[in-house]
Design a protein around this ligand. Structure first.
Ligand SMILES: [Zn+2]
Length: 361
């Protein structure tokens, strides 16, 4: 874009200084055309620390796609409508709704936009299966699965009570923002938008069906919550019944994206940037540091449950001072690290009730 002022922030270079300026000030940035026909519309989600999610509008000829509609609130719809107007688009003319992952600040308005436009909603197949399961699941089954997780991480009675109260509120928010997709995308699937192509890239970790989208001709990479310019995306193990390794999946998916190191990154939050290779290094480095810290806790203290290890780790604020929501996320990330170390054969379960993990000597 001619006349655009860029800005170096942290390890990366912001594409348009208006975005980091507003983000760092605590404001919502203006709608910006980051590349011809590609608009970033910040949609508010004030109850989350990220404060807004970018809904990306990709317009070519009579085709108009939105990637991640944003949280479903009246203010969100107003913001998206206004941003679309800046792009010369009426939301009723959307032709496809692509969603990187099921979190309400991304998927949120998908069903509403589908009603408005008749456009199909597309997510990754595994995200679609997860959504169907969440929608079908009777509340008592959901509560039981949550309880199993709380026991697995050894959450303790106070935290269990607080988390359960909180999860009612979060669960209620999540449920109203859920939507069954119309079709499922798989890794490598191509979505045509006029004369341009968006290629789906499966990037599990933040969620199991997380998708990024690449526009290879324009060299754009839409990363959802998989890669953000300064925030370390949450990669947690959220279900006790899940025998997967989300952190392992995440690290593999990060490496795959090195193929797009010269692309502009259009993330779900903060600001668009260049410098993907450095950012991938930093994200890997962060996970390595956390993994080493966990290993040293287990070495010094001996076998620990997930919550004992979490309380012994260093966080940006003290464990006791952390909000219930933050502790919930923190426990899920420690659980994911424990699982990764288990998968590498470095850690094993040494006792049950509570489940405690120790280093394999
Ligand atoms: Zn997310």
């Amino acid at each position: 874009m001619p006349g655009r002022s860029t800005a170096r922030v942290a390890d990366v270079v912001a594409v348009d200084a208006a975005q980091p300026d507003a983000w760092l000030r605590g404001d919502r940035p203006p709608t910006v055309e980051l590349s011809p026909g590609v608009w970033a519309v910040p949609v508010p989600c004030e109850m989350f620390p990220v404060r807004f999610t970018y809904a990306y509008l990709v317009v070519d000829g009579s085709d108009a796609v939105v990637i991640d509609p944003g949280l479903d609130t009246p203010a969100g719809m107003d913001a998206l409508r206004a941003g679309a107007a800046d792009a010369g688009l009426d939301l009723g003319n959307l032709t496809r709704i692509l969603v990187t992952h099921y979190h309400p600040d991304h998927l949120g308005m998908a069903a509403r936009l589908r009603d408005l436009s008749g456009a199909r909603v597309s997510v990754h197949a595994s995200e679609g299966a997860f959504l169907a399961d969440m929608i079908d699941r009777p509340p008592e089954v959901a509560a039981e699965s949550e309880m199993r997780w709380l026991v697995a991480v050894d959450a303790g009675p106070d935290l269990v009570r607080a988390l359960r109260e909180q999860s009612h509120a979060v669960g209620a928010l999540l449920r109203v923002q859920l939507c069954l997709p119309d079709d499922h995308l798989r890794d490598g699937d191509i979505v045509a938008v006029g004369s341009r192509r968006l290629v789906a890239v499966h990037t599990p970790g933040h969620t199991s069906g997380h998708l990024c989208f690449v526009d290879p001709e324009a060299k754009l990479l839409f990363t959802g919550d998989h890669i953000l310019p300064t925030i370390n995306p949450n990669v947690g193990l959220h279900r006790a019944s899940d025998d997967g390794d989300p952190l392992g999946d995440y690290l593999v998916a990060l490496e795959r994206l090195r193929a797009f190191a010269d692309h502009v990154v259009l993330p779900g939050h903060e600001y668009a940037f260049t410098g993907l290779g450095d950012r991938i290094d930093a994200l890997r480095g962060h996970q390595t540091v956390r993994s080493e810290a966990l290993t040293s806790v287990l070495r010094q203290r001996g076998p620990c449950s997930v919550s004992q290890a979490a309380a012994a780790l260093t966080w940006s604020r003290s464990w006791e001072a952390m909000s219930v929501a933050d502790r919930h996320l923190a426990l899920a990330t420690v659980f994911a690290h424990v699982r990764r170390l288990e998968a590498r054969g470095l850690v094993a379960v040494v006792s049950t009730d509570p489940t405690r993990y120790g280093l394999v000597s």
